[in-house]
Design a protein around this ligand. Structure first.
Ligand SMILES: [Zn+2]
Length: 101
C-alpha cells in the first residue's frame, strides 16, 4: 500500500471540507454555476462546483444547472428558427418571383 497516496487523498478531502466550512456556503451562486457551465471557472473553483453537483448531488444546484442548460438550448434553437424562417421566406419569395414571370 502507498501511504503517500492515502495522505494525498486525506489532504484533498480536508481541502474540500475546509473550503466548504470557510465559505459557509451550501450552494454556489447561480452565477458561479453559469460560469461553470461556460467553462469560465478556474480549475479549483470548477472542481468545487463539480464536487458539489456530482458527489454531493445537490438537487437544487443540479436543477439550476438544468435550467441554465435548457435556456442555452432555447436561445440556440430560437436563433436557428430565425435563420430557418428567414431562409424559408426568401425561398418562397424567390419561387414566387420565378413562377410569376
Ligand atoms: Zn447546491
Amino acid at each position: 500500500m502507498s501511504d503517500a497516496h492515502d495522505k494525498r487523498e486525506q489532504e484533498l478531502f480536508f481541502t474540500v471540507a475546509s473550503v466548504w466550512r470557510e465559505e459557509r456556503v451550501s450552494c454556489p451562486h447561480p452565477d458561479i454555476l453559469k460560469a461553470y457551465l461556460a467553462a469560465g471557472l478556474d480549475a479549483e473553483a470548477s472542481e468545487f462546483v463539480k464536487f458539489h453537483l456530482e458527489e454531493s448531488e445537490c438537487p437544487y444546484c443540479n436543477a439550476v444547472l438544468e435550467d441554465l442548460r435548457a435556456n442555452e438550448d432555447d436561445a440556440r434553437n430560437e436563433e436557428l428558427e430565425g435563420v430557418r424562417s428567414r431562409l424559408l421566406r426568401s425561398t418562397v419569395t424567390a419561387l414566387r418571383r420565378v413562377s410569376g414571370e
